[in-house]
Ligand binder design. Structure first.
Ligand SMILES: NC(=O)c1ccc[n+]([C@@H]2O[C@H](COP(=O)([O-])OP(=O)(O)OC[C@H]3O[C@@H](n4cnc5c(N)ncnc54)[C@H](O)[C@@H]3O)[C@@H](O)[C@H]2O)c1
Length: 450
């Protein structure tokens, strides 16, 4: 807890308790209106008070998903760009959520004493400072991936969460996706694939358009400099600069390397990779690789597994998915719900439930569509499956946010706590190092722990 919060009413009891007490006291005329903040006076006692830092493209995606979750009230918006401040505040106004607006997260934390949670969706390079400050102010945090573009930053976030005892959820939302949980069950409980020996995955994205900005909405050079950006191009296209981002491996690859670590139940032992800034060239001082092809080696309890993973920014061919290949079958899964297949090797024992499974012809083989519930009820009844199907119909980011708010409310476990995301960050940033050095990077198990 930093000094500025010491002795504030919120430190003597939890924020939510204070809000409840303040609301009750204000209602009974026992407390000065200045102490019972406008939030405390207008909120329901079951509401969580939330702020968002960085309501840009992904921030607004999260914001609109949060608006679908009952019992959450936005009280503040923070963004260095007035254009995005107003944009977000106007969306919230339509939902009768009137917010205070800030340009600097430190000012917001000094002024907003009743925050239960902060959502952080700023560029990766500021995640660590902002997350640590919120945690130290006693606030739970949902921070977007990549945790940080440096391991030092990611490490500080893990330590701050541990020290403060507050919740920190990192935005690898596949961890809260029931389709992925179902695939985990098929692999580990049903042993559907037998022994997994190889995996591959990709995120192929079409040539990316430049991110521009509306006429007259430029930040002036001094404001940009104060916030660490050299130009409007760097501010808008931060993904392509090493200073602000971990490059495409972090931007896209981190979701999928996280899945490999999760499904293989361990972290890689090494990575080698080739990549370059081949297509985009170093225009405007941008310095991240636009393509990376990597090979990770894992040592699982059942034996070695090699994973080929690529991220390309010049072609969308094949889109994005992860494939797990075993001696009895293979499974393809993606956040794209159209991609979820199980293939059985011809010699593998036929499962009872296959008759009920929907089949399609794909990739020159007969495949079963990976539908939640298929193996849960081999008799064909899909009660459990239907229940899960309803959850799947929610947007994927909403499921992950719900996991976070449930953890706050009911103490249920987070699906992507900081230690898990740290191990992913180590795995991902190592691939960049492999490209930088042209060397195979060896990763000892202790490197993944803080
Ligand atoms: N989980 C996912 O599926 C997913 C998808 C896309 C992006 N992301 C992550 O979300 C984050 C944001 O990505 P984006 O595409 O929305 O970027 P963006 O540039 O559209 O948005 C970033 C926002 O942060 C603001 N900002 C920049 N520096 C700031 C600072 N110091 N303090 C306060 N505000 C600041 C910008 O004005 C902007 O509004 C990144 O970490 C990215 O990796 C996650």
């Amino acid at each position: 807890m930093d000094d500025k919060h010491k002795g504030s009413p919120a430190t003597d009891m939890t924020r939510r308790q204070f809000v409840r007490t303040a609301a009750a006291a204000a209602g009974a005329g026992l407390m000065m209106p200045s102490i019972a903040s406008s939030y405390a006076a207008t909120s329901s006692i079951d509401e969580l008070a939330v702020a968002i830092i960085g309501p840009g493209s992904q921030g607004r995606n999260l914001l609109t998903k949060i608006l679908k979750i009952p019992g959450i009230r936005f009280v503040a918006v923070c963004d260095v760009w007035p254009y995005h401040q107003k944009y977000a505040a106007n969306i919230l106004k339509k939902y009768d959520q009137i917010v205070n607006v800030y340009a600097d997260y430190r000012e917001m934390l000094a002024a907003e004493h009743y925050l239960d949670a902060v959502i952080i969706a700023t560029p990766d390079w500021v995640h660590a400072d902002q997350t640590v400050a919120c945690l130290e102010a006693g606030i739970d945090v949902y921070c977007e991936k990549e945790m940080s573009n440096t391991l030092e930053g990611a490490r500080r976030m893990v330590l701050a969460a541990r020290r403060s005892g507050r919740l920190l959820q990192i935005g690898h939302q596949r961890r809260s996706n029931p389709r992925y949980a179902q695939a985990m069950r098929l692999i580990h409980s049903d042993k559907l694939l037998g022994r997994i020996t190889h995996c591959n995955g990709q995120w192929n994205r079409a040539h990316m358009l430049e991110r521009g900005w509306p006429k007259g909405k430029d930040l002036d050079a001094e404001t940009l400099k104060r916030h660490g950006y050299e130009s409007m191009d760097a501010f808008r296209n931060w993904r392509w600069y090493r200073r602000y981002s971990g490059g495409p491996m972090a931007d896209l690859g981190s979701h999928q390397i996280d899945v490999f670590n999760w499904f293989l139940e361990t972290e890689p032992r090494s990575v080698m990779a080739s990549g370059g800034l081949d297509y985009y060239t170093a225009q405007k001082g941008r310095d991240w690789y636009d393509n990376v092809m990597s090979i990770y080696e894992y040592a699982t309890p059942s034996g070695p597994v090699r994973v080929f993973y690529q991220v390309l920014n010049t072609t969308s061919h094949g889109g994005f998915y992860e494939t797990f290949m075993g001696d009895q079958g293979s499974l393809v899964i993606s956040e794209d719900p159209r991609k979820g297949f199980v293939f059985r090797e011809a010699h593998a024992v036929r499962k009872e439930w296959e008759d009920e499974a929907a089949k399609i012809e794909t990739m020159d083989a007969e495949a079963m569509v990976l539908k939640v519930g298929e193996t849960l009820n081999p008799g064909g009844g899909t009660t459990e499956g239907e229940r899960l199907d309803v959850q799947v119909n929610k947007p994927v980011h909403q499921l992950h946010l719900e996991n976070f708010f449930d953890a706050m409310r009911y103490g249920s476990p987070l699906t992507c706590p900081p230690d898990v995301a740290y191990a992913t960050a180590v795995s991902v940033l190592a691939a960049n190092r492999a490209v930088d050095t042209g060397q195979k990077i060896r990763l000892s198990p202790d490197l993944f722990r803080v």
